[in-house]
Design a protein around this ligand. Structure first.
Ligand code: ATP
Length: 352
C-alpha cells in the first residue's frame, strides 16, 4: 500500500453532478521513474452505478490504477474517460471523483462535522447547504450523534465512516476506495463492508474498490477484476471469476483451489484444479480418486480444511468440524467439478 496523505493531495471537485458516471481505461500503462512497470496496458470498463473491485497480490498495480483514475498519477500511455469526458490530462479537482484512503487522512484538529464539511467549504458551497449536506450524509452513515467529536475521540470504524462521509458529501460521479477497511478488526470489517454495499446501493455511486482480501472482494463486487503484474488476468461477475477462473493464478488466488500436476495422474500435461469443497469422501466409478495420509488440519468455524499427501502433492479437502480428523483420506472429484488448465496455466473449456 502506498501511503497517501490526503492533506497534501489536491482538493477534489465538489460540485454535485447528475448521478454516477462510468469509467473507461484504454491501454493504460504506467512506468515509474527508475523503470518499475506498475501497469502494462490495462483495458477496463467500470460500469456506472456498480462496484468494481480490483483484487490482486501486493505490488500488482491496484493502487496505481486507482491513482491514475483519480488523476494523482498520469499514465505513461493510454487514456481514461469518466462518463463521456476524456480526463487523461485533467486536473484531479475537475474529475468529479473522490477517494477514501486506508489511513483515513482526517484532520485531527477538526471535529467530525468539520472534516466532512471541509471539501464543501473549499468549494464555497453556501453555509446552509453545507449544513444540510453534512447532516444528510451523517444520518446515512449513522454518525449524526458524533459530529462534534474530534477523530481521537472516535473508534476506528467511526473514523472510517467520517472518511467515507467526507468523500461522499461531494456527491462524486465516481468514488474510489483504496483498502478502506484494512486497518479495522475482522468483525468490524465485515459489518463496514455490508454498510458500504448498502450505502452504494442507496446512492448508486460508481465505485472502484481496491483490496487484496478475496473474501471482501467476493462480498462487494458487481464486477471483479483480478490484477497480476500490472495486467488484468481475469475480469467478470464474481460468480463467473470464482466459478470458472481464467488461469491457474486466479484459481489459486481466489478460493485457494487445489492445483495438481495432471501428468502423474495419467493425464496429458497441464494442471487440474479442484476446490477443497468439491472433493467428496470415498470413491466413485469413473471419478478421479485422490488418496493419502493426513498431514494437517485447520479449523474454520463449522468446517475444517484437512491437508493430505497424495503422491508429491498436498491436497486440501473441506470436512465437517464435528467429524474426527481421519489418518488417511480417500476422496474423489466428480468430473464436472474439475477445472482444466493447459501447461501455460490457461483455462481449457468454459465450465469446470
Ligand atoms: P499493495 O497491495 O501492496 O498496495 P498495489 O497492488 O496497490 O500493492 P501499487 O502500489 O500500485 O501496488 O504498486 C505497483 C508497483 O509499482 C510496485 O512494484 C511498486 O513498488 C511500484 N510503485 C508504486 N508507486 C511507485 C512510485 N511512486 N515510484 C516507483 N515505483 C512505484
Amino acid at each position: 500500500m502506498t501511503a497517501i496523505d490526503t492533506r497534501t493531495a489536491p482538493p477534489l471537485d465538489t460540485a454535485p453532478v447528475d448521478g454516477a458516471a462510468d469509467v473507461h481505461c484504454a491501454g493504460v500503462s504506467k512506468t515509474f521513474a527508475g523503470g518499475t512497470a506498475a501497469l502494462r496496458g490495462v483495458d477496463l470498463h467500470c460500469p456506472s452505478g456498480a462496484i468494481t473491485v480490483l483484487l490482486g497480490p501486493s505490488g500488482c498495480g491496484k493502487t496505481t490504477l486507482l491513482r491514475c483514475i483519480a488523476g494523482l498519477e498520469t499514465p505513461t500511455s493510454g487514456g481514461i474517460r469518466i462518463g463521456d469526458r476524456d480526463v487523461t490530462q485533467t486536473d484531479p479537482r475537475r474529475r468529479q471523483v473522490a477517494m477514501v484512503f486506508q489511513n483515513y487522512g482526517l484532520y485531527p484538529n477538526k471535529t467530525a462535522y468539520g472534516n466532512i464539511e471541509y471539501p464543501l467549504g473549499m468549494a464555497r458551497v453556501p453555509k446552509r447547504e453545507r449544513r444540510d449536506r453534512v447532516t444528510h450524509i451523517a444520518e446515512l452513515l449513522r454518525i449524526d450523534h458524533l459530529l462534534d467529536r474530534k477523530p481521537a475521540q472516535l473508534s476506528g470504524g467511526q473514523r472510517q465512516r467520517v472518511g467515507i462521509g467526507r468523500a461522499l458529501v461531494r456527491e462524486p460521479a465516481v468514488l474510489l476506495m483504496d483498502e478502506p477497511l484494512s486497518s479495522l478488526d475482522a468483525e468490524l470489517r465485515v459489518s463496514m463492508r455490508t454498510e458500504i454495499r448498502t450505502l452504494q446501493r442507496k446512492l448508486r455511486t460508481t465505485m472502484v474498490y481496491v483490496t487484496h482480501d478475496q473474501t471482501e472482494a467476493l462480498a462487494l463486487a458487481d464486477q471483479l477484476v483480478v490484477l497480476r503484474d500490472g495486467r488484468i488476468e481475469h475480469s467478470g461477475g464474481p460468480e463467473d471469476v470464482y466459478g470458472a477462473p481464467a488461469t491457474t493464478f486466479v484459481a489459486g488466488f481466489l478460493g485457494a483451489m487445489n492445483l495438481l500436476d495432471a501428468q502423474p495422474l495419467g493425464l496429458p500435461p497441464g494442471t487440474l484444479g479442484i476446490r477443497p469443497e468439491d472433493l467428496l469422501l470415498g470413491e466413485a466409478p469413473g471419478a478421479l480418486t485422490l488418496r493419502g495420509p493426513v498431514v494437517d488440519a485447520d479449523l474454520i468455524g463449522t468446517e475444517r480444511i484437512v491437508h493430505y499427501r497424495c503422491g508429491r502433492e498436498t491436497v486440501r479437502i473441506r470436512l465437517r468440524a464435528s467429524d474426527p480428523v481421519p489418518e488417511q483420506i480417500t476422496a474423489h472429484a466428480p468430473t464436472d467439478r474439475i477445472h482444466r488448465f493447459d501447461p501455460e496455466g490457461n483455462r481449457i473449456g468454459k465450465q469446470p
